[in-house]
Design a binder for this molecule. Structure first.
Ligand SMILES: Nc1ncnc2c1ncn2[C@@H]1O[C@H](COP(=O)(O)OP(=O)(O)OP(=O)(O)O)[C@@H](O)[C@H]1O
Length: 340
């Protein structure tokens, strides 16, 4: 089932939360909507679900205009961060609930068989008789997914489903969710503000800022070719140095970098902490002094200050021996220049 959003707009009273968003989600694709708090992710998801109406533009499910399809007929399964399970029902009863109230009538033997299948799929076989209060948060979200899948949805909508869980459980669950998606191939829209989660899970990442799409592409495209400084910063740790562009070259302290296509004037030179080599050849980099060295399990993070007072952080191997106070030069391996 492919879904198409065409210049969708949503305004709450006077506040415009979604500004003309157009997006194609191909059948079987897993798309992540990624953006900071308030960027409009949940509003977009709720419009696709039919829980909120767009006040401009269209949403299509396949060839049909979704406006004409009532929520219960959209064939949508949801999992929300706080979409609580029914506490007085067992895990198995929670999973069976949707099938019992569905228009599609199933015999109780069929329902039991489907519940067993789904418990197996979400790796909770044997826990069907427990109550939600007797399982962990991660297990509860897996039950919520099984419940959403029980009615064979055409589309899965997931809103920060792992948001309340701790980092290790989140990591396990997203790998697990990806393998379930690969097995079932249901068109899935996933909302998150966690970059790593979006990059780990999705076929395509749609990055939002203030109700607008600022970039969409595969994880590789958005990581390797960020469209602007916002995307670069949002996707991970970023250093920024002030630069001045003149005649296609950008100057930072004593260094110059290619700036073809940029206009003369101020710019920002951005780079990742992993894209730095520390050395002692003045021809290769920007002069800096080490302020602190932090230990990480597989590396060290060096905090330094350039001669013009900008702070810079970069990663080195655990064997790096230089200490606070040492001076040297920061060679920037993948510099990216952006202008407003
Ligand atoms: N029912 C509403 N009435 C008024 N404003 C709303 C309503 N729902 C959302 N908003 C506003 O619309 C904007 C977008 O909200 P939305 O929940 O879509 O953002 P989000 O990207 O999902 O954020 P978060 O990650 O914090 O959930 C926010 O500024 C929010 O305050």
């Amino acid at each position: 089932m492919n879904i198409r959003l065409d210049t969708v707009v949503k305004t709450f009273e006077t506040f415009r939360a979604v500004h003309g968003v157009s997006l194609d989600i191909k059948s079987g694709e897993l798309v992540a909507l990624l953006g900071p708090s308030g960027s409009g992710k949940t509003t977009i998801l709720r419009m696709v679900a039919g829980l909120e109406f767009a006040d401009g533009g269209q949403i299509h499910f396949g060839d049909e205009d979704a406006t004409d399809i009532p929520v219960r007929d959209r064939g949508v399964g949801f999992v929300f961060q706080h979409y609580a399970l029914f506490p007085h029902m067992t895990v198995a009863e929670n999973i069976a609930f949707g099938m019992k109230v569905s228009k599609v009538k199933r015999s109780s033997t069929d329902i039991d068989r489907r519940v067993t299948e789904l418990l197996d799929l979400v790796q909770l076989s044997g826990l069907g008789e427990r109550f939600p209060g007797q399982i962990s948060g991660g297990q509860r979200q897996r039950v919520a997914l099984a419940r959403a899948l029980a009615v064979d949805p055409r589309v899965l909508l997931l809103d920060e489903p792992f948001g309340a869980l701790d980092a290790n459980v989140r990591r396990d669950l997203r790998r697990w969710l990806r393998s379930i998606h690969d097995e079932l191939g249901i068109t899935t829209l996933f909302v998150t503000h966690d970059q790593e989660e979006a990059l780990d899970l999705a076929d395509r990442v749609v990055i939002l800022d203030k109700g607008k799409i600022v970039q969409q592409g595969t994880p590789e495209e958005v990581c390797r070719s960020p469209a602007n400084a916002f995307v670069m910063r949002f996707l991970g740790d970023t250093n920024a140095l002030k630069a001045v562009v003149r005649d296609g070259r950008a100057t930072v302290d004593t260094m110059t970098y290619d700036a073809i296509g940029l206009k003369d004037g101020p710019a920002e030179l951005l780079f990742r902490p992993t894209d730095v080599e520390w050395g002692h050849d003045p021809a290769k980099g920007v002069a800096a002094k080490i302020v602190r060295v932090l230990d990480r399990p597989g590396s060290k993070r060096v905090l330094a200050q350039t001669a013009s007072g900008d702070s810079v952080e970069f990663d080195v191997s655990p064997e790096f021996a230089e200490q606070k106070g040492a001076t040297g030069y920061i060679e920037i391996l993948r510099p990216r220049l952006f202008q407003d």
